[in-house]
Ligand binder design. Structure first.
Ligand code: 26Q
Length: 792
């Protein structure tokens, strides 16, 4: 390992060890680790060809990967070796690991799920390709200026990305615009613009390095580098104009999961990576098949939300226009290849495109969508239309073009059946299936929490890493005093480490004995960070009223980004920061309550926070959080949950037991019912003096003395349009928090509950989830000899 690192330092980086920077060492290490992946990766490709097993293609606009070094080293079983080699080279491993930027090619849960799936598919030996976009700029960097969120472009590619292989020879032409000719029953698309999609491959190796799959990300390039004629004329800007336009397509990740939809560039991004992926998988298919009708036996294409839903019409276009299949046959064949995962019920997050825009950018696809829509109507009169009021509805399109549609938790799947797709579900009653989300235990326990992970391995061996249900064995240890002490000590160490980090990063001193209460996720009204900060103020009020009561000390930790154009979310960010400033400066409560909001929450920050958490905040308005996956990461690492009956919380509670879960709030059906009542928010506020007092304080500028009216609008909305029922759930939330306080005061009792949580979370491995997809949706299996036959 040492000599390989030194070799890369010299011959790949061109640096002599005495002059090498942290960056140089990190690159040399990364390239060394990458070398170790290459052989299993090649072998996997060979095994896939030989086995003739089906290939899975996971199409996703987002892959929220985070750092790679530690995860790769762990999967290859090289963690110790790497640490020793670096030490002998006089390098501090921690400094080098921490130098690695996050690959943040995603917004949140959906993107992180895709990354967990890549890890699980490789671990299970299922031949799979992740397809996405190689954004030049990932999710924006967040900082705070006087409490307000500031966004800055993220620049991960300003340094070389060590893990990828550029594939200059894997290039596809992606067409846009123009018009369609029809003659002799044949359609011919004459596009007006061409952009080239070029592949970059990152190998993804599974646990113990037995299998490697490929994450293939597309980068947009101009067809002709630049216009020499303009350049020679001295018109330098014109010379690079078309180049810049083409490259715009893979320039930046859309940082929005609600608003701002309908932008032409977004549509182009979606088609760009989908079309490239479809061309690529068809080329691979045709190298060893000559009958296109075999496609569904060889290929499963999974659509991660509707973002790649244009895959349906694109595949139909190629099958019909290039391979000469009749349109109806092409549609049926395409459908047998496609699966669609729905991640949201929020109406504002369901994609649709103006017919005019889609017709301008993709004229042939609009024609095909009309055919699909009409055919569906003929077969099922009264079926919901894809084209409605001049809009192309991508949810309906994806549903109709997929043979299976899945929700991401049991509750969410039932709501998908009853609400967004109720009519389509009646027509196709066996199409919707559930696949409850999961998380990879490699990153989210083994690597991020070495203290707990080593302890577990000491007790039950390391089989749990690839077979998480083995954590059940820990239940037998729940009466073992010494083990409980060690379990508690592991958490305590993680908390000390986090306390130091918080002091360093936020300048706030927190007590590692206090309860660490954490809410980390995108800032959204439905996720109700707002309710959490209101409860924080209410608690603070009561501590000040009664400073000598035996309060349970708390540290409230927030993390998350607000979408750039989402004003209410940005107000909430600012409010949390304003409240933190006042509370943290209050000497009467300084030993009891602290509020911290470290900026720029990302995967790496999550890896530091989750192992140190005592309480996990999963408090969305019931019916709104499709699943949640952070909820699983916390519970796996021994935090208890305070939460509503929403998304996968329901199933987590079933697994860990109801006495291990601080439940509060309205249920999904009560939420729907409550919304029909006139003036529900004002009634709830009037019934809660505690809440009324908090709202009054914020309104009066108690937390914004320099601008007393700052939160008038935000508080006003709560009275008149409290769509997410913050007011209705507030009291019940406050009470649940006090139950948590009470439980935390019994240290041993709390530790026993935490252990039970960890021991009960095995089912939430993304290995279980991907096996479910392989069995119920893809009909795919493992091709890795040692797991072959044991999966699917
Ligand atoms: C759509 C149109 C235009 C621009 C952006 C978008 C867009 C981008 C991202 C829409 C949605 C997203 C992301 C959604 C998401 O992360 N959903 C989460 O998915 C997780 C994995 O299934 C669930 O656990 C969460 O409950 C769900 O919110």
């Amino acid at each position: 390992m040492k000599s390989e690192i030194l070799r890369h330092l010299s011959y790949s980086l061109g640096k002599d060890a005495p002059h090498a920077s942290t960056y140089d060492w990190r690159m040399a290490l990364s390239l060394t680790l990458r070398d170790r992946i290459v052989d299993p990766w090649f072998e996997s490709t060979r095994a896939t060809y030989q086995s003739g097993v089906k290939r899975v293609y996971y199409l996703s606009m987002e892959f929220l990967i985070g750092r790679m070094i530690e995860d790769m080293a762990a999967n290859l079983g090289l963690t110790k070796v790497v640490q020793e080699a670096l030490a002998e080279l006089g390098q501090d491993a921690a400094i080098i690991f921490h130098d690695e930027p996050d690959a943040a090619l995603g917004n949140g849960g959906l993107g992180r799920l895709a990354a967990c799936f890549m890890d699980s598919l490789a671990t299970l030996g299922i031949p799979a390709y992740g397809y996405g976009i190689r954004y030049e700029h990932g999710l924006f960097e967040q900082s705070f200026l006087e409490g307000r969120q500031i966004e800055k472009a993220e620049t991960w590619l300003s340094q070389r990305f060590a893990w990828e292989f550029e594939r200059p020879e894997v290039r596809y032409r992606i067409a846009f615009g123009g018009y369609v000719d029809h003659h002799d029953g044949k359609a011919e698309w004459h596009p007006s613009d061409i952009v080239v999609a070029q592949a970059f491959d990152t190998p993804v190796v599974g646990w113990q390095g037995k299998w490697g799959n490929t994450l293939r990300l597309w980068s947009a390039q101009p067809e002709n580098e630049f216009d020499l004629e303009s350049f020679n004329r001295g018109d330098y800007l014109a010379a690079s104009r078309s180049e810049a336009l083409a490259r715009t397509i893979s320039r930046v990740l859309y940082p929005d999961d609600t608003t701002d939809a309908g932008k032409e560039l977004r549509l182009k991004q979606e088609y760009f990576f989908t079309a490239a992926s479809i061309q690529d998988l068809l080329r691979r298919f045709l190298t060893d098949h000559d009958d296109i009708h075999e496609l569904p036996n060889a290929v499963a294409i999974q659509l991660n939300d509707t973002h790649p839903a244009i895959a349906g019409p694109e595949l139909v276009r190629i099958l019909a226009d290039d391979h000469g299949l009749p349109l109806d046959e092409a549609i049926t064949l395409a459908r047998r290849c496609l699966g669609y995962t729905n991640h949201t019920l929020l109406p504002e997050a369901l994609e649709s495109w103006h017919e005019g825009l889609l017709g301008r950018v993709l004229p042939r696809h609009l024609e095909i969508i009309r055919v699909i829509d009409d055919l569906q109507q003929q077969q099922y009169p009264g079926c919901p239309r894809i084209l409605q009021h001049g809009e192309v509805r991508m949810g309906e399109l994806a549903f109709i073009m997929a043979h299976k549609v899945n929700g991401v938790s049991a509750l969410h799947t039932e709501l998908v059946k009853d609400t967004v797709f109720a009519d389509l579900h009646r027509i196709h009653p066996s199409r919707i299936v559930n696949q409850t989300n999961g998380i990879t235990p490699r990153r989210w326990l083994h690597t991020c929490n070495p203290n707990l992970s080593d302890l577990i391995t000491r007790e039950i061996g390391d089989g749990w890493v690839a077979n998480l249900e083995q954590l059940k064995l820990l239940k037998e240890r729940s009466g073992d005093r010494a083990f409980l002490n060690d379990f508690q000590a592991a958490k305590r160490q993680n908390k000390e480490r986090l306390a130091n980090w918080i002091a360093d990063k936020c300048g706030v001193h927190v007590d590692p004995d206090a309860m660490f209460d954490v809410q980390i996720k995108r800032i959204h009204e439905y996720k109700r960070q707002f309710m959490n900060i209101l409860e924080t103020i209410a608690l603070w009020n009561e501590m000040r009223d009664n400073p000598n009561k035996d309060w349970t000390p708390r540290v409230k930790i927030f993390g998350g980004k607000a979408a750039r154009g989402y004003d209410v979310a940005k107000q909430i960010v600012r409010l949390i920061n304003d409240v933190a400033k006042i509370i943290n400066a209050d000497p009467t409560t300084s030993d009891l309550l602290k509020v911290v909001f470290p900026p720029n929450y990302n995967v790496t920050m999550a890896e530091g926070l989750i192992p140190a958490a005592d309480l996990s905040e999963q408090i969305s308005t019931a019916g709104k959080e499709a699943s949640g996956t952070g909820n699983m990461k916390f519970a796996l690492n021994g935090a208890l949950t305070i939460g509503t009956l929403d998304g996968a919380n329901v199933e987590i509670r079933e697994h860990v037991g109801s006495d291990n879960f601080f439940l509060f709030g309205l249920t999904a059906s009560e939420v729907m019912e409550r919304r029909t009542q006139h003036g529900y928010a004002r009634a709830a506020i009037a019934a809660s003096p505690r809440l009324e007092r908090v709202l009054g304080q914020i309104f009066d500028g108690r937390f914004s003395p320099e601008e007393t009216g700052r939160y008038h609008a935000l508080i006003g909305t709560l009275y008149d349009h409290d769509y997410f029922l913050v007011t209705c759930d507030f009291d019940s939330y406050f009470d649940a928090q006090r139950r948590a306080d009470e439980a935390y005061r019994n240290t041993d009792g709390w530790t026993a509950m935490a252990l039970r949580n960890t021991a009960s979370m095995g089912w939430f491995s993304s290995d279980r989830t991907t096996k479910g997809y392989a069995r119920d949706i893809w009909q795919a299996e493992s091709a890795e000899p040692t797991v072959l036959g044991k999966t699917a």
